[in-house]
Design a protein around this ligand. Sequence first.
Ligand code: BGC
Length: 368
Amino acid sequence: MYKFAWMKPAFGRAAGLFGAWARLGMAVMVGAVALPGPQAHAQTEPEAPQRISCAAVSAATCTVAKSLKRGVNFGGMLEAPKEGQWGATVMPAYMDVAGAHFQTVRLPVRWSNHAAVTEDGLIDEVFARRVDFIVDTLLMKGLYVILDFHHHTQMVGSKLHTGEYAVEERLLEKRFLNMWRQIEGRYRYRSPKLIFEILNEPYGKQTPARWNALAAKVVSIIRVHNPQRTVIVGVPYIGLSAAYDELVMPNDPHLIMGAHSYDPFDFTHQWVPNAVTCCSPDQRAQMVANLDKMAAWSVRTGYPVHLGEFGAIENAPLDARAAYARIMRDGAEARGMGWAYWDFVTTFAVYPKAANNWLEPIRAALLD
Ligand code: BGC
């Protein structure tokens, strides 16, 4: 089931495409995709939607959750197998712009491709210093930084990206934990505005049972030197709302749940332009329903939720992308949820690399 994504024709950027098909596969698996049948009825958004809860977390983590507010993903940069391989690097100007306009940067880092293939997973010091520099620059600008362990493809059982090296299967989990030992030790003295995210979009081999166990192990490793640092725990099945109930949060009061939302998927992920636009009443209802599920999960469990990824690809019509961004941003904020738009300068950009400037309608939708 997970593998059907690999059989799709190759178009678009391999990794993004792969992620997209994997997401769709997961959606079908957990029954989250609307299969042909009666049309869902459009709903109007309640005037006062349910807001996220902090009942199960410390006051400090609650403050962090409420302070994350508006954020952006530095996608396609340290996310690539090597920085620059996907055409984007973290430029000082990007950090300036982010610092001036957002409260949070989510920094996807592909640690696994910068570490020894042996069980110790010794992280390359040159790469780690590059990450230090970016993290510290962003922190100095007063931003919250979500340091996200992104794209360890073997951990989820997907195909290696071009330029990504393989690790012996039997070493994978121990090596992953050893990388976390190094990361948590390295950043132990950083400000509480630095947040760790255990693994982006667990799915595939990370079945809910495995993921719940792994997340608990990573949290206990992080607690060795970071007893109170806020940690984001993602949802199994790539963060789909239908899977929230399968997530068992580790027993720890400094956690936030990390949800992603890319519905309507045929609109947000048109790697080949398909003329799907946004946002009809039914599409809007789908988007709002996801946000409502996040808030309802939070109220039920007492853990706050962060919307760590949402966004629409550059192939979609610009006015529709802006309408989509506005609904998601308003909807997250109405529920008291911090959000991070995917992404800053690459395929879903609000500040496209080629223009080296804002894409005004999306900027306005997110920030005005
Ligand atoms: C993936 C990216 C992809 C994006 C949108 C992210 O989680 O890491 O490669 O472009 O989602 O699908």
